[in-house]
Each structure stands twice: as structure tokens, then as C-alpha cells.
Design a protein around this ligand. Sequence first.
Ligand code: GRF
Length: 208
Amino acid sequence: MKRIVILISGRGSNMEAIVHACRREGWNAQVAAVVSNRPQAAGLAFAQSHGIATAAVDHKAFSDRDAFDAALADAIDAHRPDLVVLAGFMRILGVAFVRRYEGRMLNIHPSLLPSFTGLHTHQRALQVGCKAHGATVHFVTPALDHGPIVAQAVVPVLPGDTEDTLAARVLQREHVMYPRAVRWFVHGELSLDDGIVTHAHGESQLFL
Ligand code: GRF
């Protein structure tokens, strides 16, 4: 049984989608813990009510990033993860933390990387008149919102879209793509070669 630790900061809808898919599809894996940097994160209540261990490591309680990262790593390592999943986790992580989990840490970012790294991705896509937008699952490397691409989901940008309608359309696809990408990892179906991720049996890594 592979062990997954999921990091969240708020709502946690991607985490929910992963928990549900893991149980429904009978993965050879379990979500061992959900860890938040915000003690009030709504997603923690969902995890608790589904019998999953939770922890909060409040970034505000630490004077510097290294101390926070070290406490976060302790909380994660207590659950001996094979995979760490960032799902709406809104803190920038230091190089040592990233290196510790390199090759076994995934993130989801709400844009078609390498476009629109950082924040306010939906608003920025609308501002420049993108006709397509989406989300990316990638391995985490020290550079923010970079790293080998595991999967991408593409949605149309429609006339009259607002930041909210576009975000909702992307989020719906995130909930399909992220559980699939996590399942691929825990079932050992991904290979990483020279920065390129491929699926061992040729499953499509593009979600339309
Ligand atoms: C998602 O859009 C994700 O791509 C981004 O933050 C949002 C998190 O939503 N990183 P949720 O907490 O999973 O509901």
C-alpha cells in the first residue's frame, strides 16, 4: 500500500476528489494524512470526517521559512509518505524542502504551464484574450510552478467569461485530472526521462 500525504491551505476540493477516487477505484494506496498550513482550512474537517489523520502547521507561528519548512517536513514524515501531493497549498517552499521530496511531490497549478506561473491565473488569461486555458499537474522542482509536466487539462475560454466562471470550468477538469495523475504515480505508471514525463502504457496525459 502506497502512502499519500496531501497538503492543503483552504477548501480542499482537489484533496476530496483524490480521497474519493482512491476509495472508489480501490487504488493500491491510501491517503495517510492531510496537512494544512492554515488551522482553519475547511478541507481538514472533510479529512477528519473521513477517518484521515490531519495536522496543522501554522506558518504564522514561525519566524522564518526554514523553521516552517522543517516543522512541515516533520509533520509529513510522521506519515512515511511515498508521495506528497500539493493541492491548493499556497506557501512557497524552500529548496531544501523541495529537494527532500524531489521525484515524489506533485503540484496542480491552474494554468497551462509554462504560461501564467504565480497567482491570479484566470484573470490574467482573460486579460490577454486567451482562447484556451486550463490546469497542469507537475513534479515540484525548486523553481515555482515549473517542473516536469505530468498532465494538462484544457478548457475553452468563452465569450462573457468572468474570472469565476473560468475558474469553475478549470476546477471541474482539475477534479478529473489530479486523481488520475496521482493514481498513475502510486501505481508506478509514470516515467521521467530528461525532464519529460510519459505514461508507461500510453494513457493520454491530455484532458480535454
Ligand atoms: C485549485 O484551482 C488549484 O489549481 C490551485 O488552487 C485551487 C485549490 O482549490 N492551486 P481546492 O483547495 O483544491 O478546492
